[in-house]
Design a binder for this molecule. Structure first.
Ligand code: SF4
Ligand code: SF4
Length: 372
């Protein structure tokens, strides 16, 4: 499964499930949005397996995306989740920081395999592997080490992409690393390019850029496709989007809470994702439009705090929730939601990344050397 196919599904409500296998990670990237360390916790593996066992051929996500922390600290769990997901017809992808590759480039070329056997088996079980590469990450794992891993995965037949992060679109690092990847892999390795967001360790001095949020016009700000795929957080809570504050902070705002892997199955989580009038409104019109159109002056000023910051306050504004319930409940709301998702899917993965990633590098998500 290529990166473009994955990104093509991203706007579709409940077409994917993001699952944080652990918060632990042996690396110490300065921009880490999850603030991962080796002493951090994670969900109960048995509960994650049980949740994936609730997928059925008739009711399942198209793709299970495993993240962390570092999911390959638990290679057997990653592989088992991928195998069980596939039984229901769900494909899987995994995002790694490639901690196991440190020093790989220094090994003799004839020692071709640089990926340890347990990890190789886990990578062989998934349909797509994404590897992080960025300036902060290169201080932990050298670019040449990551490239050795990518070569090995490509040779094994598993689709692979790079998840690249820069400070902003003008960051010279982005032009440098993306050209190096295109040249080294002859356009067979697509890239998802993003810029640093001020959350986790990136909120500290290493990641901060000293810029305030740009002012937002609530009636012009757009819909949020991030409210499409549920996310299993490190404590097993299932939330409606991957905004790091939503994933990390407790309590979760009521309109963004979808359940818990200890109590709910996929059918329940999918049902809530699709049926919630607030999530439908966030996906079709955007949170700030909801605050501006139906909320009072307090709600409108909450929207001034920023796009996601405003969204997180929606539950505190009953008049905005009532507005969403009026316009987005029932069959009409469902139809509107489906139409909006179809439009975004038809626009394709490049357009999606142009809107949600780093626009200047959006075309790298579907490079000519990769399968369509
Ligand atoms: S590899 Fe990822 S999870 Fe690990 S420290 Fe770096 S950014 Fe954080
Ligand atoms: S706008 Fe709301 S639903 Fe979308 S990513 Fe931000 S907090 Fe999540």
């Amino acid at each position: 499964m290529e990166l473009a196919a994955l990104m093509g599904l991203r706007p579709e409500p409940a077409a994917g499930l993001l699952m944080m296998l652990t918060r632990r990670c042996p690396l110490r990237c300065a921009h880490c949005s999850t603030d991962s360390t080796m002493s951090a916790g994670g969900p109960d593996p048995g509960r994650l397996l049980g949740f994936v066992d609730s997928f059925t051929p008739g009711d399942r996500p198209e793709v299970l995306m495993m993240t962390g922390g570092e999911p390959l600290l638990m290679p057997e769990l990653s592989a088992e989740l991928a195998v069980r997901a596939r039984r229901a017809g769900t494909r899987s992808a995994l995002l790694t920081g490639a901690f196991f590759a440190r020093g790989a480039a220094g090994r003799p070329r004839r020692a071709r395999a640089v990926i340890p056997a347990r990890i190789r088996r886990a990578i062989g079980a998934v349909d797509h592997l994404s590897v992080s590469v960025d300036a902060f990450h290169e201080r932990e794992v050298a670019r040449a080490d990551v490239f050795r891993v990518v070569h090995e995965v490509l040779d094994s037949g598993t689709s692979v992409s790079l998840h690249v992060v820069g400070i902003d679109a003008r960051d010279p690092y982005l032009a440098d690393v993306t050209s190096a990847v295109r040249e080294a892999f002859d356009d067979r390795v697509p890239m998802l390019v993003n810029t640093v967001r001020a959350v986790g360790r990136a909120a500290g001095p290493a990641g901060a850029r000293g810029e305030g949020p740009a002012p937002i016009d609530p009636l012009r700000s757009g819909p949020c496709s991030m409210a499409a795929w549920p996310v299993v957080a490190a404590d097993g809570t299932v939330v409606a989007c991957c905004n790091q504050d939503v994933v990390d902070r407790r309590p979760v705002p009521a309109h963004l809470l979808l359940g818990h892997v200890a109590e709910d199955d996929w059918a329940a989580v999918r049902g809530r994702t699709l049926a919630s009038p607030v999530l439908r409104s966030v996906r079709t019109g955007g949170p700030l439009r909801l605050l501006a159109r139906y909320g009072g002056p307090k709600a409108r000023s909450a929207g001034g705090a920023g796009y996601c910051a405003g969204c997180r306050t929606l539950s505190e504004h009953p008049e905005a929730i009532a507005g969403a319930t009026r316009v987005a409940s029932g069959a009409a709301g469902a139809l509107l939601d489906r139409r909006a998702a179809r439009r975004r899917r038809e626009a394709g993965p490049v357009e999606y990344v142009r809107r949600h990633g780093c626009a200047a590098f959006a075309e790298l998500v579907a490079l000519p050397g990769t399968a369509p």
